[in-house]
Design a protein around this ligand. Structure first.
Ligand code: TAP
Length: 477
C-alpha cells in the first residue's frame, strides 16, 4: 500500500537551499560551462536545486587554482594549517543541524543517522587530522615528509559529507590542496562545505569543488597536473580510473565495493547479534560499502536467529527521512532502486526465499522494504554481487573453517563481522578473514583514528588513522 506524506516543514526551514549553485573554484562560486543538472529529493522526487556542471576547462581552472594555492599552503607551518582545520571542525559542529537536514534531504538517509552518525564523525575527522598537521614527522615517513601536491578526489553518494571529510581532512593536514568532485545525485552538502571553507577564511584555492557526473570525475583524475587520485566508489569505475592513470606517476588510493560476511556463532549473545545484523545491513538503506550483506549463521542457531531477526525487521519504520523515528529512509535514486529490484528478482528466480515485513511505502519517491533472502547458495547472484540496498542474504555453516571459507569466497575484501563469546575465536577469525576491517560483537563502527580500506577488488590504500597520512605524503629527508 502506498501513502503520501508531507516532509516535516520545521526541519526544512533549518536549511536554506538556493535555487541554483555554481562551482567553487579559487575561493568563490563561479558558473560552470557544462549543462546544469538537477539534484532531487529522493523521498519526494521534487527538484531541490540546479547544479552547475564542470567541463574539462572548468576542471583545469580548478586544478590551476589548487596548484597556485599549493605553493603557500604546503609551506605554511603545520600548526598554522591545523588552526584552519580546527576552525572548519568547529563550524561543522556549529552548523551540524543544517548539515544533517541537508544531507537527509539530498541523500534520503534518516535524520537520526545523519544527525547522530554522519555529521559527528565528519567533525571528528577534521579535529583528528587537525591534530596531525604539526606532527607529520611521526607519520612513519621520515623526519620531514612532504605533501604530494594537488589531490583529485572523487566520491560517491552514500555518505556525501563523510566521504568528503575522509578525503579533504588528511589531504589538507599534510599540506596538499584539493579538487573534489561530489556524486551527481548528492552535491548539496559539499557545496555547503564550500561555504564553510569561506567562513573559516581558508585561503582561496586550497579546496575546490567541481560538480558534475562521470565525465567531470574523469577530467579530474586524468588531469596531468593532479599528483594524487583518491577515489571512493564502485569497483567498475575504480578499475577504469586505474586504467586511466596507468603509466603516469600519480599516486592513487581506491576505496571500492564490498560484500561483507557477518558471522554468527552458536555461542554468541543472540539478541545482541540480531541488533548487529539489523544495523549491519539496514543502516543507511544498505547503501554502505562495508554493509553486512551476507549473514553466515551457524546451523544450530539458525532458526532462533531468523525468528528473532524477522520479528525485529517488523519493527523497522520506513519513510520520511526527516522524521526522527524513521529507521530506513529513501533509496538514493531511481537508478539505484531499479538495480536493487532487479537483483532481488534474480534472487527469487534463482530459488532463494524472499521475505519482507508488511510495510507501507510512500507513493512518491524511491523506496525498498527491508528484505531478507533465505535458502541462499554461494552461487546465487545475491550472495555474490553488491546489492547496495536493504537486502540481506542468509547462508548457514557448521564449522568455523566452513564459515571462513564461505566468508572469503568473494572477490571483495572490505569488512567482516564475528559474533561469539570466545576471545580466542575472535582472534583466529580476524587472522583468517581476508577483510580490511573485522568487527567483533559489533558492526559498522567508525573512528577517525582507525584505518579503513580493503583487499582484493575492494581497492587499495587506507583512509583514517596514522596510516591515512601516508596516502598524502612522500618521504622527506
Ligand atoms: P560510482 O558509480 O563508482 O561513482 C563514484 C563517483 O565516481 C561519482 O562521483 C561518479 O560520478 C564518479 N565517476 C563515475 N564514472 C567516473 C569515471 N569514469 N571517472 C571518474 N569518476 C567517475 O559509485 P557510486 O554508485 O556513487 O557509489 C557506490 C559504490 O561506492 C559502491 O560500490 C560502494 O561499495 C562504493 N563505496 C565504497 C566505499 C569504500 S570506503 N570502500 C565507501 C562508500 C562507497 P556520478 O555520481 O556522476 O556517477
Amino acid at each position: 500500500m502506498a501513502f503520501e506524506y508531507a516532509p516535516a516543514p520545521e526541519s526544512r526551514s533549518i536549511v536554506d537551499i538556493k535555487p541554483s549553485y555554481g562551482l567553487f573554484i579559487d575561493g568563490e562560486f563561479v558558473d560552470g560551462h557544462g549543462s546544469a543538472f538537477k539534484s532531487i529529493n529522493p523521498a519526494t522526487e521534487e527538484t531541490l536545486a540546479e547544479i552547475a556542471e564542470a567541463d574539462a576547462a572548468d576542471v583545469d581552472k580548478a586544478v590551476k587554482a589548487a596548484r597556485r594555492a599549493f605553493r603557500t599552503w604546503s609551506r605554511m607551518p603545520g600548526k598554522e594549517r591545523s588552526k584552519y582545520l580546527y576552525r572548519i571542525a568547529r563550524i561543522i559542529q556549529e552548523r551540524s543541524r543544517e548539515l544533517a537536514v541537508l544531507e537527509s534531504i539530498d541523500n534520503g538517509k534518516p535524520i537520526k543517522e545523519s544527525r547522530d552518525v554522519d555529521v559527528p564523525i565528519v567533525a571528528a575527522h577534521f579535529f583528528y587530522y587537525a591534530g596531525w598537521a604539526d606532527k607529520l614527522e611521526y607519520a612513519g615517513l621520515g623526519a620531514n615528509p612532504q605533501p604530494l601536491g594537488v589531490a583529485g578526489q572523487v566520491i560517491p553518494w552514500n555518505f556525501p559529507l563523510l566521504m568528503l571529510a575522509w578525503k579533504v581532512a588528511p589531504a589538507l593536514a599534510c599540506g596538499n590542496t584539493v579538487v573534489l568532485k561530489p556524486a551527481e545525485t548528492t552535491p548539496l552538502t559539499a557545496l555547503l562545505f564550500a561555504e564553510i571553507c569561506q567562513q573559516a577564511d581558508l585561503p582561496a584555492g586550497v579546496v575546490n569543488i567541481v560538480t558534475g557526473a562521470g565525465d567531470t570525475g574523469q577530467a579530474v583524475v586524468s588531469h596531468p597536473d593532479v599528483d594524487k587520485v583518491a577515489f571512493t566508489g564502485s569497483t567498475g569505475v575504480g578499475k577504469a580510473i586505474a586504467r586511466a592513470i596507468a603509466g603516469s606517476d600519480k599516486k592513487a588510493t581506491l576505496e571500492l565495493g564490498g560484500k561483507a560476511a557477518n558471522i554468527v556463532f552458536d555461542d554468541a549473545a543472540i539478541d545482541q547479534a540480531v541488533e548487529g545484523i539489523v544495523g549491519g545491513i539496514f543502516f543507511n538503506q544498505g547503501h554502505v560499502c562495508c554493509a553486512g550483506s551476507r549473514l553466515l549463521v551457524q546451523e544450530s542457531v539458525a532458526d532462533e536467529v531468523m525468528a528473532k531477526l524477522k520479528r525485529r525487521m517488523g519493527t523497522l519504520r520506513v519513510g520520511d527521512p526527516l522524521d526522527k523515528n524513521t529507521d530506513i529512509g529513501a533509496i538514493n535514486s531511481a537508478e539505484q532502486l531499479a538495480r536493487i529490484r532487479a537483483l532481488a528478482e534474480i534472487g527469487e528466480d534463482e530459488g532463494a526465499e524472499r521475505w519482507a515485513p508488511p510495510c507501507e511505502l510512500p507513493s512518491a519517491g524511491f523506496w525498498f522494504p527491508p528484505t531478507v533472502f533465505t535458502g541462499v547458495s554461494q552461487a546465487h547472484r545475491i550472495a555474490r554481487d553488491e546489492v547496495f540496498g536493504p537486502v540481506l542474504s542468509v547462508l548457514t555453516f557448521r564449522t568455523p573453517s566452513e564459515a571462513i571459507e564461505k566468508a572469503n569466497n568473494t572477490p571483495y575484501g572490505l569488512s567482516a563481522g564475528v559474533w561469539t563469546e570466545k576471545g580466542s575465536r575472535i582472534l583466529h577469525m580476524a587472522n583468517e578473514l581476508r577483510a580490511g576491517v573485522v568487527w567483533a560483537n559489533t558492526f559498522n563502527k567508525f573512528d577517525p583514528a582507525s584505518p579503513f580500506g580493503g583487499y582484493k577488488e575492494s581497492g587499495y590504500g587506507r583512509e583514517g588513522g596514522r596510516q591515512g597520512l601516508s596516502a598524502y605524503l612522500k618521504a622527506g629527508a
